[in-house]
Design a protein. Structure first.
Length: 389
């Protein structure tokens, strides 16, 4: 089937919710993608941060194939070994206590919100239900996570949204301190990815953690994009020396397989009882086997993520180009602040063989596989210089 035939299938049978580029990818290998004509692309998007170990990693392929030939799904009415092992691993990496497995980032954040409101209802008789999030945040596209998202551009077609959310400016502690007694939680992203790749200030995060402890608000982190080694630590909050009461995860955790969930700490882990939350496909043996393989691979590269990120950022800033106003981010979650429309640059970079993303109104976003090599970083910098230099 050629590109035109494939595109026609989408045009005729798929809802037009994405502005797709005129490329049909056929396969991937490591940090590279290949389209249906055989053209090779360096992938600095990782499927929006999902392909954390690149494409078709042999160890991951073997683990998925072995599990697919053994047991793929049973439902959560039963126990399976991969689910137990993955939960144990995620608790060890996060310092938290108990995992719920879901499928996506939005679903994971929905679970965090339910946990916060249940914690408050148990303790304060439903008198506290407000979840505070930040302007410029992004927490998902379900109706409730849209309400949590602090960007009006995502809201306008779907009003009225789920009530119970307040948005305040990032790094403004006074705005948080001014909130009333009906708050149950604060939900943060260590780096606001979709909002433009803006890291939160460390002093602010630590002050928020202190405020939450004083007022008995749950401190929650959306780690859907920042988690699983992307920032150079297993989770973004670990950059700030705080321990939250709950976090969400998804994207890179299973190396390309759809898997997400949330992890609760000591304070909140007892809020759920049988029947209060569920997900039919959450924590399938196949997904958990994929995640165990991905985490094992990432354990061998995580220490090098900060160096790789610095190499990329230093290289971009060395362009000395009027098109580049600087870089921001953590680890291999990088925003390039550009002059003009970032969407146009992303399209031009794709034509030059580099797959990347945009974020916010001014940023080209880079999310390479965490396994990316020094030679591949140099290749990516060369293409970026052609377009942005």
């Amino acid at each position: 089937m050629n590109f035109t035939e494939t595109k026609t299938l989408y045009d005729n049978h798929v809802l037009p919710t994405y502005a797709r580029y005129d490329v049909c990818f056929a396969r991937g290998e490591g940090s590279y993608l290949f389209d249906d004509t055989g053209k090779k692309y360096l992938d600095f998007s990782s499927g929006i941060g999902v392909n954390s170990i690149g494409h078709a990693h042999p160890k991951w392929v073997a683990a998925v194939a072995a599990q697919a030939g053994t047991l793929t799904h049973t439902s959560n009415l039963y126990y399976t070994e991969p689910g137990g092992l993955l939960a144990q691993k995620l608790c060890e990496l996060s310092g938290l206590n108990a995992v719920f497995f879901a499928n996506s980032g939005a679903e994971a954040n929905e679970g965090l919100i339910k946990a916060a409101r249940k914690y408050s209802a148990d303790k304060y008789d439903n008198n506290r239900h407000i979840v505070i999030t930040l302007n410029r945040s992004f927490h998902g596209r379900t109706h409730t996570t849209l309400a949590a998202t602090g960007q009006e551009s995502f809201h306008k077609h779907f009003l009225p949204l789920t009530p119970g959310f307040v948005h305040v400016d990032p790094n403004d502690l006074g705005a948080l301190e001014a909130q009333g007694g009906d708050v149950c939680a604060v939900l943060l992203e260590a780096v606001q990815g979709e909002g433009g790749v803006y890291p939160l200030d460390k002093d602010y995060v630590q002050a928020v953690a202190k405020l939450c402890a004083e007022r008995d608000w749950l401190l929650l982190f959306d780690e859907v994009q920042t988690g699983i080694a992307r920032c150079g630590t297993w989770f973004g909050y670990q950059q700030h020396g705080v321990l939250p009461d709950g976090i969400s995860f998804a994207k890179g955790v299973a190396g390309g397989f759809p898997l997400g969930g949330f992890i609760l700490g000591e304070k909140a882990k007892g809020v759920f009882a049988p029947g209060l939350h569920g997900a039919t496909f959450g924590g399938t043996p196949l997904g958990c086997a994929a995640a165990l393989a991905a985490l094992d691979i990432l354990s061998g590269v995580i220490e090098d993520v900060p160096r790789k990120g610095k190499l990329l950022r230093d290289g971009i800033e060395a362009f000395g180009s009027p098109k580049v106003h600087g870089t921001r981010g953590l680890g291999l979650m990088i925003g390039i602040a550009v002059e003009g429309d970032p969407k146009a640059y992303v399209k031009e970079l794709l034509a030059h063989g580099l797959v990347c993303l945009y974020a916010g109104s001014d940023a080209v976003r880079l999310l390479p596989p965490l396994t990316v090599s020094g030679a591949e970083i140099a290749e990516g910098l060369s293409i970026l210089r052609e377009v942005l230099g």
